[in-house]
Write a protein that binds this ligand. Structure first.
Ligand SMILES: NC(=O)c1ccc[n+]([C@@H]2O[C@H](COP(=O)([O-])OP(=O)(O)OC[C@H]3O[C@@H](n4cnc5c(N)ncnc54)[C@H](OP(=O)(O)O)[C@@H]3O)[C@@H](O)[C@H]2O)c1
Length: 279
């Protein structure tokens, strides 16, 4: 596995940067990126379907010559609409319609090959650092054609690494067993820890980089006075030491604060006690 130079403890999650009706402006994203550079947050997690491509477009436009300072992760597998201008504002409605009609995901090799090429165009990049399958079903992880595709994307220089994003323990177990992936992204909140912690450790044993998302799961908050700080420091204690944790925000002060918390894990016993209360 090629070691990526720019991993950091915290990463920026961009799931809501281009949300329908409340997309971030270029200057907002520019401020976030400036804060990331200031505090050493180097990972940006996105997906082709976030904002129907608009999120990648925004990131590409803001990063420009700063691209080499960041580790860029994108994902594919969800279907979305990609209408050209001036119809782009309709994309997110069409995506919702496709999902409503049951056309939610697609994992054929031809489709995924097109996805990564389109992502690179939107991101204005020659390569991404990691390309992840976005919540694939189990049979996809066991499909040799998909595994070959991942290898060929690395060989073609389109991505440095490939991985799987999933909350399904069976899928994660199969992804580890396949030996084909070097990154696993999973929920990493204190509730998820009960089900996934042994798999996080297995990833670590196999030199698979763990990326944790959804740490501030709303149902974990405020119970017994639990704060955002306790959740982040708790997850940081239970994840493997070199894991990356995503923070989904467009607020630079929240990013600074969360970065500070992520670097101060709770004592493991305290994190385990908090996690046990959440199951
Ligand atoms: N692969 C997948 O299927 C998948 C699934 C879920 C998430 N993800 C990735 O993981 C990222 C993060 O996960 P998430 O979006 O579920 O959200 P999250 O990071 O767990 O929580 C985001 C929420 O926390 C708030 N927040 C952040 N820092 C805070 C702070 N210091 N104090 C108080 N509130 C704070 C944010 O509000 P403000 O905006 O006000 O800061 C936002 O409402 C996503 O953006 C996406 O990149 C991937």
């Amino acid at each position: 596995m090629e070691k990526l130079p720019n991993w950091s403890k915290l990463g920026l999650g961009t799931g809501t940067l281009a949300s329908l009706g409340r997309a971030a402006s270029l200057s907002e994203v520019d401020r976030l990126v400036a804060t990331m550079l200031d505090i050493g947050v180097k990972v940006i997690d996105t997906a082709d379907s976030y904002g129907s491509g608009d999120c990648e477009y925004l990131i590409g436009k803001v990063l420009r010559e700063r691209r080499e300072s960041f580790t860029i992760i994108t994902k594919a597998g969800y279907r979305f609409s990609n209408l050209p201008y001036p119809f782009r504002p309709l994309n997110q409605f069409v995506k919702k319609g496709l999902q409503h009609l049951g056309f939610r995901q697609r994992f054929t090799t031809a489709y995924l090959s097109k996805c990564i090429d389109s992502s690179l165009l939107r991101l204005r990049m020659e390569y991404v650092d990691a390309f992840l399958l976005h919540n694939p079903p189990l049979e996809i992880i066991e499909d040799e054609r998909l595994i070959s595709l991942c290898t060929s994307l690395i060989k073609a220089g389109k991505t440095k690494q490939t991985g799987v994003s999933s909350e399904n323990p069976e899928v994660i177990r199969a992804a580890i067993a396949s030996g084909a992936f070097t990154i696993i992204q999973t929920p990493a909140n204190l509730k998820a820890a009960a089900m996934l912690r042994t798999l996080w450790n297995e990833c670590d044993d196999h030199q698979i980089h763990v990326i944790g998302n959804h740490v501030f799961e709303p149902t974990c908050l405020n119970l017994d006075g639990v704060t955002h700080e306790m959740l982040m420091r708790g997850s940081s204690a239970l994840l493997p030491e070199n894991a990356t944790i995503l923070c989904g925000t467009r607020n630079p002060s929240h990013l600074r604060q969360t970065n500070h918390w992520a670097s101060m894990p709770l004592p493991v016993a305290e994190a385990e006690r908090l996690a046990a209360c959440r199951t």
